[in-house]
Design a protein around this ligand. Structure first.
Ligand SMILES: Nc1ncnc2c1ncn2[C@@H]1O[C@H](COP(=O)(O)OP(=O)(O)OP(=O)(O)O)[C@@H](O)[C@H]1O
Length: 259
């Protein structure tokens, strides 16, 4: 990817819910392999922004381009296929399915063997299944979840469920990974390990990562650039040092979280 051309180019993005303008006039660019933070007080519009990028909500204004492809109006499924995967603030796993099946489900959108070959059980089906199993296991290994592979997802400890969600998001082979508060509810040790893991997968899979996170030291520590939303509008963008010293950001947070 040409460094001068963004992987993701968002221009003037906005959405209204009835009379509420939850997000407005947001311009944001992500370049290949960047790790970028999206921060802001509660209710600032961060998750709504992710929901627009992933087709959950259709923007009421503005454009979202992934490379040369316009994403406005595409279904979440098409957007995942197009290269954007996400995790959720509240974990959304298939609790009754095994850990490995949770990863394989995500894999199905990329599977090469056809539905027909699965139904009538052609050799391609079994080869495809075997390949999928091997790849899913490889993802679980990266996330140190292989020993839980046959466990129901709902029985995993909380921190492991968060890791499984990221493993599943990666199985769809994204170019861009959106993480919505991945460290929420984790203790400091788990958080540190998770951040090291995210740095590792970014390198390994040549990913671009956009991260929503309330833990300021964490965001400041891992992101190269940070965007700040407040009341649905961007109030600042820059390096962690620039953001830390930005008067508008300090005011939005009342000087608490960024210091
Ligand atoms: N489907 C919806 N219908 C109506 N209002 C909505 C909807 N989704 C989001 N909002 C409103 O949009 C605003 C932004 O919410 P959003 O969840 O995006 O904030 P956030 O920055 O992610 O907050 P938090 O950090 O607490 O998760 C809020 O006022 C919220 O109530």
């Amino acid at each position: 990817m040409d460094k001068a051309k963004p992987l993701l180019n968002v221009e003037n993005l906005g959405i209204s819910f009835g009379g509420l303008r939850a997000v407005q006039g947001v311009d944001l660019q992500l370049f290949s392999k960047e790790m970028v933070g999206l921060i802001g007080p509660n209710g600032a519009g961060k998750t709504t922004f992710f929901n627009m990028l992933t087709g959950v909500y259709e923007p009421t204004e503005g454009t979202i381009m992934l490379g040369n492809r316009k994403l406005n109006g595409l279904s979440p499924y098409k957007i995942t296929q197009g290269g954007i995967s996400r995790t959720f603030q509240n974990i959304r796993l298939f609790g009754e399915l095994s850990v490995i099946d949770n990863v394989k489900v995500a894999y199905h959108s990329q599977a090469k063997h056809s539905l027909l070959s699965s139904i009538i059980r052609l050799p391609q089906h079994f080869n495809g299944e075997r390949e999928m199993e091997e790849k899913a296991l490889a993802f679980l290994e990266i996330f140190q979840l292989q020993r839980f592979k046959d466990e129901k997802a709902k029985n995993l400890p909380y921190g492991q469920q968060r890791r499984l969600e990221i493993a599943r998001a990666l199985a769809a082979s994204p170019k861009l990974l959106l993480l919505d508060e991945p460290a929420a509810g984790m203790n400091p040790q788990e958080t540190k390990e998770l951040m090291n893991l995210i740095a590792l997968i970014r390198e390994t899979f040549e990913l671009t990562v956009l991260l929503i996170e309330h833990d300021m030291p964490l965001v400041m520590g891992v992101c190269e650039r940070i965007y700040v939303l407040d009341h649905g509008q961007l109030i600042a963008q820059g390096t962690p040092t620039e953001i830390k010293n930005n008067p508008k950001v300090i005011e939005a947070y009342l000087g608490e979280e960024v210091s």
